[in-house]
Design a protein around this ligand. Sequence first.
Ligand code: BTN
Length: 263
Amino acid sequence: MDFNEATLKDRLAGKFIGGEVHFLPEIDSTNDYAFKLAQDNAPEGAVVIAERQTKGRGRLNRVWQSPPGRNLYTSIILRPPVEPSVAPQITLVAGVAVAETLSLYCPGRVAIKWPNDVLIGGKKVCGILTEMKTSGKGVEFVIIGIGVNINIGQEELDEAFRAMSTSIREETGGVVSRLNLTAELYKRLEGLYIHFIREGFAGIRHLWLEHTDMVGKIIRVAFKEDIKSGKVAGIDHDGALLLTNERGESIRIIAGDASIVKE
Ligand code: BTN
């Protein structure tokens, strides 16, 4: 019961990410709310957190299950001074922040799946939805939406997701403080984001690789009608996924939905 507007504001006061908190008991989607706030000039680092979402969304407009009192549903407003083509790298930065945070609870068991999922024991525990608004050649703002299954029970998960999803509570066997986890996540995201803005993706790439178990696996990546498969060789200097196909050729993937074909 320590997860509310007052405790969050108190815990995050003075911080760059989370220094301005918009806490909502119920909202359609924190990403939509944050998008509107950003259009109304909310500052970089402002965050939206909802107790419950009625239209929580994932990539490809998939539903993100968002019951009250259990999980974290948050969206962060960023205003990176980068070109639009660079902005998707921030999804990978956020993935590292989530993986580092969740590793405190489940050491050695957390893995990032390119581009935007975080898994424990092969089951999804977090999804990241990045959206942006551009103006001219630049980025006006980026919204990083993060959903973490913290205390939801396996039995509460929709049947459609149950076999492939998990929560921190399921993995640790105990209820976890959403306040502590959220504060830790923003702290790590702040450090990594500042590093990214100063040094570019180069300084984040090796951290991302340390937190993934995809390298060497055979995967299939679908982007609309286009499907590519190959063995994961790593990620490129700009975050693109690198595959080697059966003819030994190197393929760069900049967007798509990845699934593991063979470990
Ligand atoms: C995915 O796995 O496809 C991304 C899921 C992202 C879910 C989060 S929950 C907070 C924010 N608000 C949303 O509507 N979606 C994101």
